[in-house]
Design a binder for this molecule. Structure first.
Ligand code: THU
Length: 130
């Protein structure tokens, strides 16, 4: 599948976001090491801290699919700067990645930046440290 199709699926995920409080929709598409795809969006709550980030939703879907290794992850929001994973989500991604996992930040117009997880979350803590 082309990168253009990946971006389209990420946008579809973003358009499912439930964001009545922030009006900041985020869509995520994970491509696993097996080439399978899992998507997610942010889901907010009237009790604000209970909201879920889009990355958490997509990771939950991947786990339900029986997979644990992220090869690439697209993150999109609607503004021009593109989707930037929050600190907590960098750590969530880290759990199921390796240093070369690609994080691709997008706006609806396309790719804004692509960076390896090791650059996005340097000197990170992970399962192998326990
Ligand atoms: N959000 C995500 O879904 N992922 C991120 O990495 C950054 C923040 C969501 C949480 C909340 O619903 C909205 O964006 C504004 O913070």
């Amino acid at each position: 599948m082309s990168e253009e199709s990946h971006i389209k699926l990420t946008k579809d995920a973003m358009n499912q976001a439930y964001v009545p409080y922030s009006n900041y929709p985020v869509g995520v598409l994970i491509i696993t090491d097996k080439g399978n795809m899992y998507s997610g969006c942010n889901v907010e709550n009237a009790s604000y801290p209970l909201g879920n980030c889009a990355e958490a939703s997509a990771i939950a879907s991947m786990i339900m699919g029986g997979e644990k290794k992220i090869d690439k992850i697209y993150v999109m929001t609607k503004n021009d700067e593109g989707g930037i994973p929050c600190g907590g989500c960098r750590q969530r991604i880290r759990e199921f990645s390796d240093p070369a996992t690609e994080v691709i930040m997008c706006s609806p117009k396309g790719i804004k930046d692509r960076i390896n997880l090791s650059e996005l979350l340097p000197q990170s803590f992970g399962p192998e440290h326990l």
